[in-house]
Design a protein around this ligand. Structure first.
Ligand code: TMP
Length: 200
């Protein structure tokens, strides 16, 4: 018998819009602080780019971290356009098992429960059982990982999954080698991607 295709969906910037949520909250909470336009984001960590770009501004790194460490930040993240609809369709496809594979932030107090709540609220209660929380995604077994982070490393040198890079402002200029990209959930490309993987 043929095994199902196990698809791992990253959460932040694949399902939930961390970057938009961050930008809006940061501008609201620190209107007097300098900021980086979303289109100019480079590199995975917002904090790193802010600290590098605005090194003369005291405590800018703390200001940045205060935004995503705050209560309700993860809960209130908007959806990435088309993500919830696509994820639901993907989960209904014959021969496909979908999981959400996400890494919590260091200050996990609000992040952890709010990730669960976000999934429950946006995708539905049955999706909560599909959540895999880990700092090391290489330890997770799957065929395909859709993730915006370019440097996914961990204990396993050759993970079971193939990484498809979900496009985000911060990774557009990154060298992704031979990896494929998925640019969005709205143009239907994801269906072709899944069909390609199912035929392997
Ligand atoms: P993941 O997308 O690899 O699952 O990990 C995302 C986690 O990283 C998420 O909990 C948010 C966190 N994060 C930061 O701590 N700082 C940042 O600047 C960004 C963009 C994400």
């Amino acid at each position: 018998c043929k095994k199902n295709l196990r698809v791992l969906l990253d959460m932040d910037q694949v399902l939930a819009d961390f970057e938009l949520g961050f930008f809006q909250e940061y501008r609201k909470k620190y209107p007097e602080y300098p900021y980086i336009e979303m289109k100019d984001r480079v590199g995975f960590f917002v904090k790193d780019q802010y600290e590098k770009m605005f090194s003369s501004v005291p405590n800018i790194g703390n200001a940045v971290a205060n935004i995503y460490n705050a209560k309700k930040f993860f809960l209130n993240l908007p959806e990435i356009e088309g993500a919830v609809d696509a994820a639901k369709k993907l989960a209904k496809m014959e021969g496909v098992d979908v999981f959400i594979c996400t890494s919590p932030i260091e200050k996990y107090k609000y992040c952890l429960p709010e990730k669960y709540e976000w999934v429950h609220k946006h995708l539905g209660p049955e999706w909560v059982a599909r959540i895999i929380l880990t700092k090391d995604k290489t330890m997770v077994n799957g065929h395909l990982l859709i993730d915006d982070r370019v440097d996914i490393i961990g204990a396993i040198e050759r993970p079971s999954w193939e990484h498809v890079v979900f496009s985000a402002n911060h990774n557009m200029k990154a060298d992704i080698g031979k990896r494929r990209r998925l640019d969005n959930w709205t143009n239907g490309d994801w269906k072709e991607l899944i069909e390609d993987f199912k035929m392997r």
